[in-house]
Design a protein around this ligand. Structure first.
Ligand code: LLP
Length: 414
């Protein structure tokens, strides 16, 4: 459930009217709901309330510091994949002792930053990375807490671009190599083994792949115990899907209950890295209709938002619901909702039934995750503004980019 609901024919974000916000702040515009973010975070936290756990929100989904701060205030941890994300977490008042650092290509500078700040754990993705981390930690006279990310080789049944747990993917350490690399980690002087970790993909709508992965990981944990390697936490990654259209992914409580049951009596702290499930339906992307046009085949709604603002439809053929900020009722027509970018692939939605006129505002739902964070300046389009509503207040949490910011840092030749 989220807090973007119609009151009569007007769409509201909590107690703020969306069309009014669009008029006041301009479009394209991202609008997030604080109450929805909090509700989704608590859905995870309450689901595992009686078991040692840490919810590490995946920063890549939406990294605005106001979003991070709202979650940090609830006691959230964070899953990061870069020094930039770590810096954002700190800027937002997040607790570094609750940060896990994922990603296949951590640089020496990023390792140094994370060791200096003192994070909870590095999710190490290869033998080479482990060796590098050990060298850096030794040089800094620090001990690096690690978990090894294991690729459990299960099919997440999701879009190939966001499936990560198969052998053919670049992520994690192959299960066959896991024991040898754990033994190596045990030998290394400045490495402290904390846990194991896996993340099999994103937008999963079934529970089975999670449980298959868990079974393989628990079997590994048991084998490691026989080798005298004690695992303190199991990081199950993120990946729980959301409803964009008519998908019915398991709710966090059902998902967590299934994992806890599989865990049996094991004394393992559970770490979750949800991104989408917390942020996606806590945000909408609002755009204004510039022109309507039709040819013999199709009707187009040309809007002021584009693939540079919200790339999911273009990149993954993702379907996101498009609804009017003010519902005119009456008869609808079939439109492709397309942006001004010079690419055939620049669309936000195809074949949508809408009753609209130029000047109307449209909301693209489920845009709170992998929306703004994947935005670019392609076609020299300034990035959209971001708002967060909290009851009947709306706060600008990122100003619309100004034209001069587009070439900031660029230089003419002498
Ligand atoms: N942990 C790790 C190690 C990850 O790689 C990811 C996402 C997450 C957690 C969070 O997954 P989530 O709970 O959000 O599914 N841009 C794509 C999604 C890419 C996901 C990448 N990794 C999209 O818009 O669908």
């Amino acid at each position: 459930m989220d807090h973007f609901i119609y009151q009569a024919e007007e769409l509201y974000a909590e107690q703020c009217q969306v069309a009014e916000l669009a008029k006041q702040h301009g479009t394209p515009l991202y609008i997030y709901s604080r109450a929805t973010l909090e509700r989704h975070w608590y859905a995870f936290d309450n689901a595992v309330a009686n078991h040692p756990h840490l919810i590490c929100y995946a920063v890549k989904a939406n990294s605005n510091i106001a979003v991070l701060n709202v979650l940090a205030r609830l006691g959230s941890g964070f899953d990061i994949v870069s020094g930039g994300e770590l810096a954002r977490v700190i800027e937002a008042g997040g607790d570094p002792a609750k940060v896990v650092f994922s990603g296949v290509g951590k640089t020496v500078a990023e390792m140094e930053l994370a060791l200096e700040i003192g994070i909870y754990c590095f999710n190490v993705e290869s033998a080479a990375e482990l060796e590098q981390l050990s060298v850096v930690a030794q040089r800094m006279n620090k001990v690096a807490p690690v978990s090894l990310r294991i690729n459990p080789d299960v099919d997440a049944g999701t879009h190939p671009y966001i499936s990560t747990g198969l052998k053919e993917n670049k992520f994690g350490i192959a299960m066959e190599e896991a024991e040898a690399i754990f033994l190596r980690a045990k030998e290394l002087p400045c490495i402290e083994i904390k846990g194991v970790d896996c993340h099999i993909g994103s937008q999963l709508t079934e529970i089975k792949p999670f449980l298959d992965a868990m079974d393989r990981m628990l079997a590994l944990i048991d084998r490691l115990a026989e080798l005298g390697i004690e695992i303190k936490h199991f990081d199950v990654g993120g990946g729980l899907g959301v409803t964009y259209d008519d998908e019915l992914p398991p709710q966090p409580d059902v998902y967590a209950a299934a994992l806890l049951e599989r865990l049996g009596g094991r004394d393992l702290k559970l770490i979750f890295e949800p991104g989408r499930a917390i942020a996606a339906n806590a945000g909408i992307f609002v755009t204004q209709v510039l022109y309507l046009k039709e040819n013999s085949d199709k009707r187009f709604a040309l809007v002021d938002g584009a693939m540079n603002d919200l790339i999911r439809p273009s990149l993954y053929s993702a379907w996101q619901k498009i609804i009017p900020a003010i519902d005119r009722g009456g008869e609808t027509l079939n439109y492709d909702v397309v942006g001004p970018v010079c690419e055939t692939g620049d669309f936000l939605g195809k074949d949508r039934q809408l009753n609209i006129a130029a000047g109307d505002y449209l909301a693209i739902r489920s845009s709170g995750a992998y929306g703004f964070t994947m935005a670019s300046n392609y076609n020299s389009r300034p990035r959209a503004a971001e708002l967060m509503v909290d009851g009947d207040n709306a706060y600008v949490i990122r100003e619309r980019e100004k034209l001069a910011q587009l070439w900031q840092g660029e230089q003419l030749l002498p």
